[in-house]
Ligand binder design. Structure first.
Ligand SMILES: Nc1nc2c(c(=O)[nH]1)N[C@H]1C(S)=C(S)[C@@H](COP(=O)(O)OP(=O)(O)OC[C@H]3O[C@@H](n4cnc5c(=O)[nH]c(N)nc54)[C@H](O)[C@@H]3O)O[C@H]1N2
Ligand SMILES: Nc1nc2c(c(=O)[nH]1)N[C@H]1C(S)=C(S)[C@@H](COP(=O)(O)OP(=O)(O)OC[C@H]3O[C@@H](n4cnc5c(=O)[nH]c(N)nc54)[C@H](O)[C@@H]3O)O[C@H]1N2
Ligand code: SF4
Ligand SMILES: [Mo]
Length: 689
């Protein structure tokens, strides 16, 4: 039999690891690292399980039409053909109209929907829907958009290869971004210092110079305490601030310069108070400040640890301001904006007119948050569907995403899902969310379709690298790529012209045109090529320590941290994070991954276990003010005191194992809508069978 080694990349998460697929007679046998690729030095177990994903018997293979009422445990799926599915969807959606239809999309960082992300947005935008549900408020908002409040753009990319210190704040790349973890390890070997701020010591934190075990949800206080030490002890780069920030401008409300006011605000956070609130003792705090002051340039990475908090905007602002004080922003070895392949952005947000943008749910309440880009929360969607407030939504078009498990519980979820007039979901598997669909469409997996990646985000050269990933296996049954499905729906809705006459190949040519590369040369060079034309990126963007934008909304121009209201009877702090075996609610049905992580676990700090008399292996119930979840207990001495760190994303029929069922969807950051999923008051008791 002819065996072939096909260069490709794994598209299952943000890391986009370069790899080689072993293919025999159209069957995918194995996936192995491709060390010659910019992100190809290692692969995780999820990529190694690719053959299982491709051949899994639970995969959807044909369009399915519901025949039984919603809420019935058996939707009574009837297989139908693609032509019927497409014309049915077109008719039902046209009858409802774009103004009453919302779209939904899976996360591009933890699924392969990145292949089709821009096309899905184009469909929503050209058709005229104001609403798209996306994980952003709990995922990338505080990395990609919220830093704009402080320096006009996103977090940038750490220039790990040249940094002297790396600050990982609420991000665990050893589990979530293999290619970054590998670059950080290389930097450490070169002598770079590593500081990790995380309630849990895992992955790179084990080999870090310093681990700050903060109490979940207290990031803002810790960052203010570090700002205070940098300013007090001369560790801030005042020359950099003079050149690039408003530090020496008069504070707009009078009373000294912006820097004076910042010093005053941070001065309220001396080490003793920081220790009392965050649990981080004075000595490590001072050590961290000394590294940030003395080991420059500093590179910063921060992701969901700070995002999923009720004070996420203030915490992000405080961490960003702390970083600005190091003077490393935009510098070699600091966070930078590497030139990117020039590609046409087909998402076409500019296509959405002002009146439609005003109708985005949540726009009035959170004008600086995700609604400003057309992204809505399930809370607002479900309310609109169930109650007609602020106006009725009747249709939903989703491409992946398992929001019933991945988003916190909200009041109207079931009523809304039962009431939706037409819900079409594209999926690989029948999930709890998909079970509410009227029409369920089978998607091919990333191993079964072509996909484009412009820029592999680990260093300057990798960021210019473009690769067109080939299909390395046949899709099951009649499964199709999301892009093909979007183009089909676009035609059914009369949008063929905006979709290149319904031809995805013409669309791809348009995307690639500005880069100087074309599909034919990329198909002939499967490991990818450097783009010929790159974007121009800012060196050091202007830094705004004092945010008039927040002040104008009644918020605070400088960040602060406020204690949460007391929670009697809930003495511990619940938080969560990702494990290498799974992405969010996915892959529990993949045997080799399931063996790695057979069931939902709650890790308890030793003091929590002792207080409640819990031993490793006990069944426990973790209770919040909102709900209760069943777990297997482990005791983890590498957890901040008082902390419970639990798995999320689990679902099984009839079992209380979803973390987010115990999260109150009404608790969120007022600016961004980020849900309080970390630092939630809880208790743990033995039991639950
Ligand atoms: N408690 C808690 N909750 C969290 C988080 C947390 O840390 N703690 N993390 C949050 C974060 S960061 C995110 S991004 C969200 C993620 O939330 P979601 O985007 O809802 O992610 P998943 O739950 O993984 O669901 C993705 C679904 O898409 C399907 N899928 C995968 N690939 C494809 C594809 O190529 N095409 C199609 N059509 N479908 C596909 C999968 O089968 C799966 O059912 O969860 C958030 N929820
Ligand atoms: N294996 C795997 N990889 C993934 C994904 C996945 O689901 N599984 N999802 C992808 C996606 S969509 C995303 S957004 C990224 C996310 O990537 P990361 O942000 O690295 O992911 P997490 O593990 O959710 O959270 C990071 C760290 O935050 C810590 N943390 C918990 N509470 C707090 C807190 O209050 N403060 C601070 N400072 N830290 C806290 C956790 O202990 C964890 O170590 O990962 C991507 N990669
Ligand atoms: S970290 Fe794992 S899942 Fe993510 S791209 Fe790399 S191999 Fe794939
Ligand atoms: Mo995410």
């Amino acid at each position: 039999m002819a065996r072939e080694l096909v260069p490709t990349y794994c598209a299952l998460c943000i890391s986009r690891c370069g790899c080689l697929a072993t293919v025999e007679d159209g069957r995918l046998l194995a996936v192995t690292p491709d060390p010659g690729h910019p992100t190809g030095r290692a692969l995780c177990i999820k990529a190694k399980a690719a053959p299982e994903l491709v051949s899994h018997p639970g995969r959807l293979t044909t369009p399915l039409l519901r025949t039984r009422p919603k809420g019935d445990p058996d939707p009574g799926w009837r297989p139908i053909g693609w032509d019927e599915a497409q014309s049915l969807a077109g008719e039902r959606l046209a009858a409802i109209g774009p103004g009453a239809t919302a779209f939904a999309v899976a996360t591009p960082s933890g699924t392969a929907i990145a292949d089709s992300f821009a096309w899905i947005h184009r469909l929503a935008h050209f058709w005229g829907s104001p609403n798209l549900v996306f994980a952003t408020e709990n995922c990338n908002w505080h990395r990609d958009f919220s830093p704009a409040l402080t320096w006009g753009t996103g977090l940038g990319m750490p220039d790990y290869a040249r940094s002297r210190a790396i600050l990982l704040w609420g991000s665990n790349p050893a589990a979530t971004w293999l290619a970054h973890a590998e670059r950080i390890r290389a930097a450490q070997q070169r002598g770079a210092r590593l500081v990790v701020v995380d309630p849990r010591k895992s992955g790179l934190a084990n080999g870090a110079d310093l681990w700050l075990p903060l109490r979940p949800g207290t990031d803002g206080a810790l960052a203010l305490g570090l700002i205070h030490l940098l300013l007090q002890e001369g560790g801030a780069d005042l020359d950099f601030l003079r050149r690039h920030s408003d530090a020496f401008s008069p504070a707009p409300d009078g009373g000294g310069t912006v820097l004076d006011r910042l010093a005053e605000r941070a001065g309220a956070w001396p080490p003793e108070r920081v220790a009392a609130v965050t649990g981080v003792a004075e000595e490590p705090l001072r050590q961290a400040a000394a590294i940030l002051a003395g080991e420059k340039p500093v590179a910063l990475y921060t992701w969901t640890g700070t995002c999923q908090q009720e004070q996420a905007t203030a915490a992000t602002r405080a961490v960003n301001i702390l970083y600005a004080l190091t003077g490393s922003l935009g510098q070699p070895g600091g966070n930078r904006w590497f030139p990117k392949p020039r590609l046409n952005d087909v998402a076409a947000f500019g296509q959405v007119d002002a009146a439609t943008r005003q109708r985005t749910l949540g726009q009035g309440e959170r004008p600086l948050g995700p609604p400003s880009r057309g992204w809505i929360s399930t809370r607002d969607l479900f309310r609109a569907v169930a109650t007609g407030e602020p106006y009725p939504i009747r249709g939903l078009v989703a491409f992946g995403g398992n929001f019933l498990v991945s988003k916190p519980a909200t009041r109207h979820a079931e009523a809304a899902l039962a009431k939706l007039e037409f819900f079409v979901q594209t999926e690989l598997f029948e999930t709890p969310s998909a079970r509410w669909a009227d029409l369920l469409l089978p998607a091919s997996s990333c191993w079964e379709r072509e996909g484009l990646q412009g820029g592999f985000m680990v260093d300057e050269a990798a960021d210019a690298h473009v690769q067109l990933r080939p299909a390395v296996a046949a899709p099951p049954g009649e499964a199709r790529s999301d892009t093909a499905i979007v183009f089909g729906l676009a035609s059914a809705l009369g949008l063929g012209e905006a979709f290149f006459g319904g031809d995805p190949e013409a669309g791809l040519a348009h995307v690639l045109a500005p880069s100087g590369l074309d599909a034919a040369s990329l198909r002939a060079n499967r490991r990818g090529l450097a783009a010929l034309h790159l974007s121009q990126e800012p060196a050091v963007p202007p830094i705004t320590l004092w945010s008039e934008a927040l002040a104008a909304l009644g918020g605070e121009a400088l960040p602060d941290w406020r204690p949460p209201p007391p929670s009697p009877g809930l003495p511990f702090s619940l938080t969560c994070g990702k494990t290498p075996a799974y992405c969010h609610s996915q892959f529990r049905q993949i045997d080799s991954l399931r063996r790695r992580q057979p069931e939902p676990v709650a890790e308890l700090a030793p003091d929590v276990a002792t207080a409640r008399g819990i031993r490793p292996g006990d069944r426990v119930i973790v209770r919040t003010a909102f709900g209760a979840v069943h777990y297997l207990a482990e005791i983890n001495p590498r957890l901040a005191a008082g902390t419970v760190w639990a798995h999320y994303g689990w679902w099984r029929e009839g079992e209380a194992i979803s973390y987010n069922a115990a999260m109150d969807g009404e608790c969120f950051d007022g600016i961004s809508g980020s849900n309080a999923l970390r630092g939630v008051a809880c208790d743990v008791v033995a039991g639950g069978g």
